[in-house]
Ligand binder design. Structure first.
Ligand SMILES: [Zn+2]
Ligand SMILES: [Zn+2]
Length: 99
């Protein structure tokens, strides 16, 4: 491996760890505020996703941003979350067609 590649690999590893830790912290915080019951189907599964209600990309938000914006999040199970995103995209497509 070239040193450059090795460095990149380590950097990636570091970032993955960093994001994982931040994600855990964020999730814990949101569960304490919002609970972990899916707002659509009422299930509480271990793999809950906190969705940003305005459709902002929520996977890249930092912990500090989430603390300020926690009221904009809703707990969803992974199933409903996927469905919602598909539906949002579908709605956007429809809007595009209408214009
Ligand atoms: Zn659900
Ligand atoms: Zn989402």
């Amino acid at each position: 491996m070239t040193p450059k590649k090795e460095y990149r690999g380590r950097y990636k590893e570091y970032m993955t760890k960093y994001y994982k830790a931040m994600y855990r912290k964020t999730k814990k915080f949101l569960i304490s505020k919002l609970g972990n019951k899916c707002v659509i189907c009422g299930n509480s599964k271990p793999r809950m996703v906190f969705h940003e209600i305005h459709g902002k990309p929520h996977k890249t938000l930092t912990f500090n941003q989430v603390i300020k914006l926690w009221k904009n999040f809703v707990p969803l199970c992974s199933h409903c979350h996927n469905a919602l995103h598909r539906y949002t995209k579908y709605k956007e497509k429809m809007r595009e067609l209408e214009w």
